[in-house]
Ligand binder design. Structure first.
Ligand code: SF4
Length: 672
């Protein structure tokens, strides 16, 4: 199975048993050696042969934020030693990513002014950097060299130089951020001089025999980016200068084109890596090319390698979602893989702040020391009968955790299928991967011995024989009373049940995640047009789409209405802008600060922010204005005196999201 992905390969002198690399992720817990070691070790044990660490800043000015480690400092050395020991003991290899944020550094971190090739304002770090002078450039090269030498001395198996995603080396290569007219800028060759000098410094410090991966940008996806030929020229120059592999990154943090969000189809960016690889091969250069971004299964990686698009595939978030993705797939049990759904909610969104990174569908990620796998007897002697009621995210996770710890678990679900609100989400354009979570639990729960009863409405009476009950019965839609009549009114459950049956003009009351999802579904728009693989297409694509966004009008007229000031409240920062942009580009109208007056035969009368009355022409009004706790079972259990724990939406609907629900499921499974 997947013979191309599981074929042996090599990166310079580094022999690897397969072609999948666990890509770099900043975790926000790098300074906790025990947590870091346990996190990496579990993934190495699960088959990740080569793991690339999150970026380690080569100096303080280059740090990406407060939680980044800085090479040469004691905290870095402690964490690196612990991680190396753990990964090597588990049979894996660890590459240190050498990082410098450049103008993406945050001044607040160390009170230092960000440094960059030129003083070009960064909307990402909201900083105007200082242009590096000649001496500072020399010192930065010295710091890269020192970091590489330390990596080798500590026992790292390789280094990866971070030269993409809009960080310092990428800034030097781009005409947008490099406005210099000296040895380090002025034309394409001089803009590429700094990345090449970094490679040379690293190479000479770490030695000819030390594996060096260079992560370079394959497309910056910003207006004013370099022409495609420059990326290929840089790739060729890096290979000539001794890079052992080129890992192709896509997009800057400032790009207004989504790159890793769920609405970007799988494999969208492979043609870019493939083009660079083809250009290299046409010049007779055989350096391995690594593809990345929006690949979340071994099958996709295998297909990309089989097609000759790339030599290796780097996957990052899929290893958060399932540390054993490779071992399970290799054993022919891909049905047991907990698939990354590209929600970004517990990983990228947290990494943008300071909260430790985890995973929405795998809340143990990053907390392996807090929740060791399967604590026997955590809820009593093995075989203790426990009922979990409600098979949404909280209930599925609680049932799995309890069963792993030895309880005899019965999971009751009133609907015909497990999954809870994931059953709604999976039909939303761009969210089809949510079905993978249901598939995962459908296999994993029976494997763990959980007795799953669907189509069964449990009550306090029917649960009398259990030692403990976990109430995960979730939420019900909040109702909004509207005076008047003449237009169809539905709740969001009804709308999701038959979206095709709804009329053309729809007013959606509510602007949270469910309302936004529903609007996408009702518009049935194509969410994203991937770039064409032929030469130059990526540049045309990025220019056109940056100018106006993908233009694909939906066939419905959708108006989203919210009393509050923000549509998409609760959607993570890395995703909210992209989904709202897609909605607007499909013609949806987003209105905030409104109140609802009356239903009339022509639609819905509202009051705008200035108090004036306005008619929203609509054939139907859908209420998606939040949820309230489902308390029926809880009241019954309390009255019957049955020991119980209430989790997820049934516990508190306010502020609930899927990450919290899964996390509460994990905690309930170890804590009752
Ligand atoms: Fe993937 Fe979401 Fe987990 Fe991040 S939080 S690894 S995007 S499933």
């Amino acid at each position: 199975r997947h013979p191309h992905a599981f074929a042996a390969g090599s990166i310079g002198p580094l022999a690897l048993p397969h072609r999948i690399i666990m890509g770099s992720m900043h975790l926000n817990f790098e300074a906790d050696p025990a947590a870091l070691a346990a996190f990496y070790a579990e993934r190495a044990a699960g088959g990740a042969a080569l793991i690339v660490t999150g970026g380690a800043a080569v100096n303080r000015e280059g740090s990406g934020g407060r939680t980044y480690l800085v090479c040469g400092e004691p905290a870095f050395t402690r964490a690196a030693q612990a991680a190396l020991r753990a990964v090597h003991d588990a049979g894996g290899m660890l590459a240190l990513q050498l990082f410098h944020a450049g103008r993406y550094a945050f001044r607040e971190t160390y009170g230092l002014q960000p440094l960059a090739p030129s003083a070009v304002w960064s909307g990402y770090s909201r900083a105007l950097p200082l242009a590096l002078d000649e001496e500072q450039i020399g010192l930065t090269l010295r710091d890269f060299a020192a970091a590489a030498r330390q990596a080798r001395d500590l026992g790292f198996d390789a280094v990866e130089i971070m030269g993409s995603e809009g960080y310092l080396l990428n800034q030097f290569a781009s005409p947008l951020t490099n406005r210099r007219h000296d040895a380090w800028g002025g034309d394409a060759a001089r803009r590429q001089a700094f990345p090449l000098a970094v490679l040379a410094a690293v190479r000479s410090a770490a030695g000819r025999d030390f594996p060096v991966i260079f992560r370079m940008s394959g497309a910056d996806l910003v207006q004013g980016e370099a022409p495609q030929e420059e990326y290929s020229a840089l790739a060729a120059a890096l290979a000539d200068a001794g890079a052992d592999a080129l890992n192709i990154g896509i997009g800057w943090h400032e790009s207004r084109l989504p790159t890793v969000q769920a609405l970007v189809p799988h494999g969208t960016w492979l043609p870019i890596a493939s083009r660079i690889r083809a250009d290299l091969r046409s010049r007779g250069i055989q350096v391995p090319v690594i593809g990345s971004n929006r690949i979340n299964s071994v099958a996709q990686a295998d297909a990309a390698i089989a097609a000759g698009n790339v030599d290796f595939v780097s996957m990052a978030r899929p290893f958060l979602a399932d540390p054993r993705i490779l071992a399970k797939t290799k054993a022919g049990r891909s049905d047991l893989v907990n698939t990354c759904i590209a929600c970004n909610e517990a990983c990228i969104d947290r990494s943008l702040g300071t909260e430790p990174v985890s995973c929405l569908v795998n809340p143990r990620a990053g907390r392996e020391t807090v929740f060791p796998a399967g604590i026997p007897g955590a809820v009593g002697p093995p075989g203790t009968p426990v009922a979990v009621v409600g098979a949404g995210p909280a209930g599925m996770q609680a049932a799995a955790t309890l069963a792993a710890s030895g309880a005899l678990v019965h999971l009751f679900e009133a609907e015909a299928e497990i999954g809870g609100q994931f059953r709604l989400a999976r039909v939303v354009p761009g969210k089809s991967d949510f079905a993978q979570t249901i598939r995962y639990f459908s296999s994993e729960l029976p494997r763990l011995g959980v007795h799953v009863h669907t189509g069964v409405k449990a009550s306090a009476n029917s649960l009398a024989g259990f030692s403990h009950v976990v109430d995960a019965t979730g939420v019900r839609p909040r109702t909004v009373q509207l005076p008047g009549s003449g237009v169809t009114v539905l709740d969001y459950h009804q709308a999701f049940a038959d979206p095709a049956g709804l009329p053309r003009r729809i007013a959606v009351i509510g602007g949270g995640g469910i309302a936004v999802d529903l609007a996408h579904l009702l518009l049935q728009q194509g969410t994203f047009t991937p770039p064409e693989p032929e030469s130059g297409a990526v540049r045309r694509f990025s220019r056109e789409h940056l100018a106006s966004g993908p233009q694909q009008p939906g066939f419905r007229e959708i108006t989203l209405l919210r009393r509050g000031p923000r549509i998409g409240e609760g959607i993570g920062p890395s995703t909210r802008w992209a989904v709202l942009q897609a909605l607007r580009n499909s013609g949806a109208v987003l209105r905030t600060g409104v109140s609802y007056r009356e239903l009339v035969p022509e639609g819905l009368l509202i009051e705008g922010p200035d108090g004036s009355a306005e008619l929203i022409a609509a054939d139907a009004v859908v209420i998606a204005a939040g949820q309230v706790e489902n308390t029926v079972l809880q009241r019954g259990l309390t009255a019957a005196g049955l020991p119980h724990t209430v989790i997820g939406g049934a516990h508190s609907a306010a502020g609930l999201n899927a990450a919290l629900a899964f996390a509460q499921g994990l905690e309930a499974g170890t804590d009752i």
